[in-house]
Design a protein around this ligand. Structure first.
Ligand SMILES: Cc1cc2nc3c(=O)[nH]c(=O)nc-3n(C[C@H](O)[C@H](O)[C@H](O)COP(=O)(O)OP(=O)(O)OC[C@H]3O[C@@H](n4cnc5c(N)ncnc54)[C@H](O)[C@@H]3O)c2cc1C
Length: 380
């Protein structure tokens, strides 16, 4: 008789795939279910910026970010080797353009905090202020419509559609059974334990279940007894077909940014739309806003053709932190979701945390616990 999986992971985005790989590497029998083709939602729709975030923060989320960023080069190299697909992770660095007093004050705080927290990267400061002239020299495609910039050497980029493909390939090599077009619909629960996951066509017995269904986690979470673990936040991107070398670093200007790919394409991102629900269509007004902002800071890019636009649904977090931990009242159910704007960055650290919880019985981080009080009060 075929043995049932030790863990059924629901959702084949970057979080589910990273966790599935890690659990299989620890010798667990893992089945990964995705309702479509895995990796088809927020994960390939993202921009692929991998960053520490603010150096001034010292909370558990900042620590998880730093842990993840520190793992990234080795993690992507390992996935590349196992799958034969290069996720194109490049330590390009980034420039945050500064054009008002608040940004200036924030940049000064970042420089100070980076100096005390992280020291140097290859002998150079992780964050430093550049004059307008030095900024222009670094990235000649920029206009001069800013006072100065913050150069961040911690920032890297990954080609996230390739990353997902590579992760799924590495997971398959490690023994993960991936089932596509298999929508998890419900759970069979007995004496506080999940005995099986049901899809439209199958009843799948399992030892444990791990819910990683991104923006769609809430309805399945409810069936496990959790309320509203995440909600959809639409983000849109315009892709330009430029040439390699036109832009070398990521550029941030206010809420928007530019991201270079190795092949010369440039992503212009992004919107943050909390009221769009599950509507994942790209809109003309979002493209117009992204292009207008780009015209102000990098007018030279306006000559390049638009290749396409798209939208993705981020798994929003009701209190700003991801939900990673044990489902209260269930003996063998876990969740890892609500990574909002940082799931690509946080994937290796999240997978490590999940592995330690499931395989070693480690405690969950209270800030991420599904039962935490902050979620309840944010909802109220
Ligand atoms: C425009 C945009 C830009 C972004 N930029 C960045 C960035 O630069 N850096 C960064 O770190 N992060 C970024 N993000 C955020 C990042 O993409 C997300 O946090 C991350 O992809 C979430 O991964 P996930 O696996 O939780 O969700 P998803 O990738 O959405 O995966 C969830 C999966 O679950 C499956 N699923 C859903 N319901 C079911 C079900 N019932 N049964 C089975 N399967 C199911 C779906 O089909 C999907 O494949 C960006 C996101 C967007 C949209």
């Amino acid at each position: 008789m075929a043995q049932h999986p030790d863990v059924i992971v629901i959702g084949g985005g970057v979080i589910g795939a990273a966790c599935a790989l890690r659990l299989a590497q620890r010798g667990m029998r893992v089945t990964l279910l995705d309702r479509g083709k895995a990796g088809g939602e927020a994960s390939p729709a993202g921009a692929g910026i991998i960053t520490f975030g603010s150096f001034t923060r010292q909370d558990p989320l900042a620590i998880l970010r730093r842990r993840s960023v520190s793992m990234y080069a080795e993690w992507t190299a390992e996935i590349h080797q196992a799958s034969g697909i290069d996720p194109e992770h490049d330590p390009v660095g980034g420039l945050d353009l500064i054009y008002d007093d608040n940004q200036l004050a924030a940049a000064e705080r970042e420089v100070q905090a980076a100096r005390s927290a992280n020291g140097a990267s290859d002998g150079e400061p992780v964050a430093e202020r550049l004059s307008r002239e030095a900024t222009l020299e670094a990235e000649p495609i920029l206009s001069g419509a800013y006072e100065s910039s913050l150069l961040r050497r911690d920032i890297s980029v990954v080609d996230n559609p390739r990353l997902i493909e590579a992760l799924l390939g590495a997971a398959a090599k490690a023994g993960v059974t991936a089932m596509m077009n298999a929508r998890a619909m419900d759970f069979e629960i007995e004496a506080g334990s999940v005995r099986a996951v049901s899809t439209a066509t199958d009843r799948m017995p399992c030892g444990r279940v791990l819910l990683c269904a991104g923006a769609w986690s809430a309805s399945l979470g409810t069936r496990l007894g959790l309320s509203e673990v995440s909600y959809p936040v639409r983000g849109q991107i315009v892709l330009l077909r430029a040439r390699p070398g036109v832009l070398r670093r990521t550029i941030a200007f206010g809420a928007h940014y530019l991201v270079p790919r190795r092949d010369g394409r440039i992503l212009i991102g992004s919107t943050e739309e909390h009221q769009a629900g599950f509507d994942d269509r790209a809109t003309a007004s979002a493209a117009q806003n992204l292009l207008q902002a780009t015209e102000r800071f990098a007018p030279g890019l306006m000559a390049f053709p638009i290749e396409r636009t798209w939208a993705g649904l981020r798994p929003g977090s009701v209190d700003g932190a991801p939900v990673i931990g044990r489902v209260p009242g269930r003996n063998n159910a876990f969740v890892a979701t609500a990574h909002f704007r940082g799931g690509l960055t946080l994937a290796p650290g999240t997978a490590e945390m999940v592995e330690q919880m499931i395989c070693d019985g480690a405690d969950e981080e209270p800030m991420f616990a599904p039962a935490r009080r902050a979620i309840a009060s944010a909802r109220a």
